[in-house]
Design a protein around this ligand. Sequence first.
Ligand code: ZN
Length: 83
Amino acid sequence: MPFQGAQRAPRYGNAWDKLSERIRRERPVCEWEGCIQPSEIADHIVARVDGGPDSEENVRAVCRHHHAVITGAQLRQRQLRGG
Ligand SMILES: [Zn+2]
């Protein structure tokens, strides 16, 4: 049984797939200041749950490590706000 669906998050639609692909192609290096890792993930600057749009201006390309850092920080902020 091939794991065809495993590579992309099923909750994201096709438009997002295309945008994130383009972002990673146009910005091949992690956008975290000082980081030189290849970008692997298109990350929302303002998270979707906070109303951030799926637009180029609201997306940054980051490496796996910094995506985890960002996601962890956002989760903590949300918890602090009681959300
Ligand atoms: Zn990085």
